[in-house]
Design a protein. Structure first.
Length: 180
């Protein structure tokens, strides 16, 4: 994939398909230590130990429409190409955590891409799921929690286009701020 935000989207879509009601997405640009990493944690249906061990194998998937799942294997390949790896921790009926990391300055590392659109589109398309998005840049960070936004919305749906636009601009501004 050309952009890491597309990997993030793919992994988050796995969480949605696993019926998660809460999805935590963290992006960490640790330039000082030359590490780019991200983590996606959900409270979905999880996987048993045996399935987790085989999930990096593209011929293992629980999908019936297609025989191969490529999301995780592609992410793993992208990480390994850049001196990194993927770690999956999951427990049945509790949830799943996927951590991916790679060298920040590796010549083969894809750019992050449009993370602002990735996050806002996830919120737009899944108003009933609570998303927590945390972005770290060296020692600075910010967090967006849709549960907090929903609390002050007073009945206005979070996928109202005005609200989505506000969220989009908020993330944009905060990203600019932490990267200064
Ligand atoms: N967060 C998760 N919770 C529960 N099961 C998961 C989760 N992520 C992945 N899985 C399981 O691992 C399988 C492989 O995931 P992967 O993303 O590699 O492929 P896919 O989603 O099946 O297909 P693709 O990503 O190519 O559309 C999934 O089909 C699903 O059964
Ligand atoms: Mg997938």
């Amino acid at each position: 994939m050309k952009e890491l935000s597309l990997h993030i989207l793919d992994i988050a879509e796995n969480s949605i398909r696993a019926n998660a009601t809460e999805i935590y997405i963290e992006v960490d640009e640790d330039i000082d230590n030359n590490i780019f990493s991200f983590e996606i944690k959900d409270n979905g249906k999880g996987m048993d130990k045996e399935f987790v061990e085989s999930v990096k194998d593209p011929f293992k998937t629980s999908r019936t429409t297609r025989r191969v799942g490529l999301g995780i294997p592609l992410l793993e390949a992208a990480c390994k190409r850049c001196n990194g790896d993927v770690k999956i921790t999951s427990s049945l009926n509790k949830g799943t955590q996927i951590k991916a990391w790679m060298d920040y300055d590796h010549i083969d590392r894809a750019p992050l891409g449009d993370i602002v659109s990735t996050i806002t589109n996830l919120i737009l398309a899944n108003p009933d799921i609570d998303f927590i998005y945390c972005h770290k840049y060296n020692d600075k960070s910010f967090e967006l929690d849709t549960k907090e936004i929903k609390n002050v919305l007073d009945g206005v749906p979070i996928n109202d286009l005005g609200i989505i636009n506000w969220i989009k601009n908020y993330i944009k501004d905060e990203l600019t701020e932490i990267k200064q």
